[in-house]
Design a binder for this molecule. Structure first.
Ligand SMILES: Cc1ncc(COP(=O)(O)O)c(C=O)c1O
Length: 389
């Protein structure tokens, strides 16, 4: 029989995040700080609206781009939060998570050979989605000494005639790094000078612990060069509802809606009704969750300082990214030993790109109780390693 597979998909590596959790799932008494999803239940009002929409028999397709009511609320929300206006009819699409928006945007914007600048460490889907869209991923290494922020210097040596898109993955998974307005300004100038487009993944925008999240789309001249991707998974604790959205210039959104129509039809209907309620009335619940994450973040930073574990202070998402370079082993080896010897599961930094070597991603989307136990075990482990030397 002939090979049933495309060469493209075969060359794509599976995500390095899951691998560890399959092992951890088989063990007893493991505390996982590995998963990147909120430990909170979806706010009750949202769940109630989801149930209510089912009771009322709202079980049909919505329009391809999403419920108009939801698109209206999304645009009001973005106007409020990032101060950018979008047309809810022509510049907004509701998607199956931020994940679908990333995939569809790349597939609609790339021709074969077009290059995509992907800062790493970063979320695992940008690279495979670029490859599957016939684009060429060009990795831009974010540096620890810059607190994993993106700088123009990082970009300068990576630009070419074929560069078309810059991915902006902030607030960042896995580092927790954020970009302030001052950090974004030179990047925006670079983008305009080189006539690039930006795919701005702002899925963690609600989880910023140092002032308001700033979108690159809000900078002068950037709105029409940027696709803003966001969703309900992280800020509204709605991962399983599979709901995200994207906004951008009509010329791009029109094509994205066409592809989404053929590939997906529409995002889940009852999730869309529920999300309308989320945007209208759950600001307090979201703020409460943010407060709780911030408390945990500060606890972790305090504990790392006590253990003498090097970690820059991250102000976004729900991850910290400590350095384990002093122990002279790879991230994978460290994470594996931590799991086997202390039953704590974390993700090696290399799961997010080769430049994550020497770091671990620790998620604080877990209760303080669990974090305390896990950090106690991590403390023992580190002490033992230091004594071994
Ligand atoms: C940076 C980033 N972008 C996008 C996603 C996808 O989220 P979803 O498809 O649930 O909206 C994730 C999920 O972990 C993420 O960390």
């Amino acid at each position: 029989m002939r090979d049933p597979l495309s060469k493209k998909i075969v060359q794509v590596q599976p995500s390095g995040i899951r691998k560890f959790f399959d092992v951890a799932a088989e063990m007893d008494d493991v505390i996982s700080l590995g998963v990147g999803e909120p430990d909170f239940d979806t706010p009750w009002r949202i769940r109630e609206e989801g149930i209510f929409s089912l009771e009322r028999g709202r079980t049909f397709y919505t329009s391809n781009a999403g419920l108009q009511e939801l698109r209206d609320e999304i645009c009001k929300y973005l106007e409020r939060k990032i101060h950018v206006s979008y047309d809810p009819k022509k510049e907004t699409m509701v998607t199956v998570g931020g994940s679908e928006a990333i995939d569809v945007a790349l597939r609609c914007m790339l021709d074969p050979g077009d290059e995509v600048l992907i800062p790493q460490p970063s979320y695992v889907s940008y690279l495979p989605c670029t490859v599957m869209a016939d684009g060429v991923p060009v990795i831009v290494e974010l540096k620890h000494e810059n607190e994993f922020k993106l700088t123009v210097e990082d970009l300068e040596s990576k630009i070419s005639e074929r560069t078309k898109i810059l991915v902006m993955p902030f607030p960042n998974n896995p580092t927790g790094s954020i970009m302030t307005k001052e950090d974004l300004e030179p990047i925006a100038e670079f983008v305009k000078t080189h006539d690039l487009y930006v795919l701005s993944d702002e899925i963690y925008s609600e989880l910023s612990y140092k002032g308001e999240h700033v979108s690159i789309a809000s900078l002068p001249g950037m709105r029409d060069r940027t696709i803003v991707i966001n969703g309900f998974s992280k800020g509204f604790a709605m991962t399983g509802w599979r709901l995200g959205y994207c906004c951008g210039p009509e010329v791009i959104l029109k094509q994205m809606i066409k592809l989404h129509q053929f590939a997906i039809m529409c995002a889940p209907t009852n999730s869309q009704y529920a999300a309308v309620e989320g945007l209208r009335s759950c600001e307090d619940e979201v703020a409460e969750m943010r407060k709780s994450y911030n408390q945990r973040r500060r606890f972790l930073m305090h504990e790392f300082a006590r253990m003498g574990l090097e970690c820059f202070e991250p102000f976004g998402a729900f991850y910290v990214f400590p350095s384990i370079r002093e122990f002279g082993m790879s991230s994978e080896e460290f994470a594996e030993r931590l799991l086997m010897e202390e039953k704590v599961a974390v993700v090696p930094g290399t799961a997010f790109g080769a430049c994550g070597e020497g770091f671990l991603r620790i998620s604080y989307a877990y209760s303080l109780e669990d974090l305390k136990v896990a950090l106690g075990r991590l403390g023992h482990f580190i002490e033992r390693l230091r004594n071994e030397r």
